[in-house]
Design a protein. Structure first.
Lengths: 290, 241
């Protein structure tokens, strides 16, 4: 007799695998990497693993045909990873290494600390370590009961790591800026509002904020609350009861940030949803009904 | 995982991270003070950011370390996290905790350039001292009205905002360096080639228009300037295409 709960766990991890690889495919396919070859090589500073390259190696990497070929291979590897085809582990490891190179390459052209893709990359590492190819894979394969804790552990390692990251952001703000968040936050809100709206938009949001100081005050008072909720992120891992509430906060918070300063970490919200919602039970119920 | 083991593990990671972050400050402070002790007129005091020279900063780092250790302990000792991990094979446990460890160490001691993807997460953690510097890139020609380039749309591979960040870093460097110096010449060559590459990519997407110049506008914009924006933004320089 098949263990429905184990299959549910394997399917939940499979759903995370599909979601993460699908987001990576969207991210990689949307822009030709070969465009980087148009820019002067010394406009970039090799980042991360690419620091190991020599100067000639760096120039060799920044050729349109090399970048284009790398992008094509990466897309194929990501599609195989999404499907969970066998052998899964080498495919997932190749995907993790290639994604690290891809992101290091893009970040070499700017030291901009955009964290949008970092949780996605860390999740790809977890998917390469754990048996994420057992559930919802093509072709379909049997799940092993002895692996039940591994499926669940993978989801919790992702959720736990992200929760520590959120807590660290809140901890940083509280410890280094404390009450400054309340007393100097007008300046903070205006800075980011103007910065985003005038640099990247047409200035509508900047004019709106200048004309409506009460909105600035509202955001200012929201900042310590948000920082506190970020600090409490580990409770979402520890307590099942708090998970959905925290998830709701994370989605609203990211949507608000997206509205105010145009940075929407939707990928992080999706990863949180796939790891914190009890998909095991949902998949088990579906199978039992069948 | 017991409370003691979880707390020790989390604290150990935080201490390593804080240590990595503190090392450059301590070295800078030591070098500065040894030069001072040796009677060399450097004109510089130990770095203001050195931990031992600013007790408030030390207190903030300690408080931050306590908060992150507490957060790490809650995660590590929660049954939802610890139970499945303990029941799995030891190799997976080691790899998982190594990944979490690198992540936490990177939060404190990481550098976006060196330890990527294990880097600090400090989103909106500071109160800016000045209004923002706004930078816009515009294409011009005699035949048609000038056109502001949407950098993310023109070079999607560097979206979001990375090209904007790169250009601002180049502008800041050019403004910092003395015009005509060797460093300035090199920085100007890289900046003008970057602008030409941007124009080429834009023209590849929108063929037909013959643009003559690519112009950089930039300056500090405060809330009082918003009504006069973008007309008030100074024209910094141009590159002929």
């Amino acid at each position: 007799m098949r263990d429905e709960r184990v299959e549910g766990s394997a399917a939940a991890l499979g759903a995370l695998r599909i979601g993460v690889f699908a987001m990576w495919i969207f991210h990689v396919v949307r822009a030709p990497l070969a465009e980087l070859a148009v820019f002067p090589a010394d406009a970039a500073i090799p980042t991360g693993i690419l620091r190991l390259l020599s100067a000639s190696g760096w120039s060799g990497v920044l050729r349109a045909e090399v970048l284009g070929g790398f992008q094509s291979v990466l897309v194929v590897v990501l599609v195989l990873g999404l499907l969970g085809v066998r052998p899964y582990r080498p495919v997932a490891l190749a995907a993790a290494v290639m994604l690290t190179l891809h992101e290091s390459l893009i970040r070499s052209f700017s030291g901009y600390a955009n964290h949008q893709e970092v949780p996605l990359l860390l999740t790809a590492y977890v998917l390469a370590i754990f048996p994420a190819g057992d559930g919802l894979s093509w072709p379909r394969r049997a799940t092993a009961s002895r692996r039940a804790p591994e499926y669940r552990a993978a989801l919790m390692v992702v959720a736990g790591t992200l929760a520590i990251g959120y807590a660290a952001v809140g901890a940083r703000r509280w410890s280094h800026h404390g009450f400054e968040m309340l007393f100097a936050a007008d300046q903070f809100v205006m800075f980011y509002g103007l910065h985003h709206s005038l640099n990247h938009g047409d200035g509508t949001m900047a004019r709106f904020l200048v004309a409506h100081p009460q909105i600035v005050s509202l955001v200012k008072w929201g900042l310590p609350v948000v920082s506190l909720l970020e600090l409490l992120a580990p409770l979402a891992v520890a307590s099942e009861r708090l998970r959905l509430w925290w998830l709701l906060f994370a989605v609203c918070f990211h949507a608000l940030i997206g509205l105010m300063i145009g940075v929407f970490f939707w990928q992080t919200s999706v990863i949180f949803a796939l790891t914190l919602v009890d998909l095991d039970r949902l998949f088990s119920k579906r199978r039992t009904r069948r | 995982m017991s409370f003691f083991r979880a707390a020790s593990f989390a604290l150990g990671l935080v201490v390593v991270g804080v240590g990595l972050r503190a090392v450059p400050h301590v070295i800078a402070a030591n070098q500065s003070s040894s030069r001072y002790d040796a009677g060399v007129a450097t004109g510089s005091e130990p770095s203001a950011s050195a931990p031992r020279s600013d007790p408030r900063k030390v207190a903030a780092v300690v408080f931050e370390a306590v908060l992150v250790t507490a957060a790490g302990t809650v995660v590590l000792m929660s049954p939802a996290f610890a139970a499945p991990l303990s029941a799995g094979p030891p190799a997976l446990r080691v790899l998982s905790l190594t990944l979490v460890g690198c992540f936490v160490i990177g939060l404190f001691g990481g550098s976006p350039r060196v330890s990527f993807p294990f880097l600090p997460w400090r989103m909106y953690a500071g109160t800016p001292a000045h209004p923002p510097f706004i930078c816009r890139v515009v294409l011009e020609s005699a035949e048609q009205p000038s056109l502001r380039i949407d950098l993310d749309a023109a070079v999607p591979v560097l979206a979001p905002r990375r090209l904007d960040h790169l250009l601002r870093a180049q502008v800041a460097e050019l403004q910092r360096l003395a015009r005509g110096a060797a460093d300035w010449e090199r920085a100007w060559r890289i900046h003008s080639e970057t602008l030409r590459a941007l124009a080429a990519l834009y023209e590849r997407q929108h063929p037909g228009a013959a643009w003559e110049r690519i112009v950089v506008h930039g300056g500090v914009v405060s809330a009082e300037d918003v009504e006069r924006f973008p007309a008030m933004l100074p024209r910094l320089w141009e590159v002929v295409l």
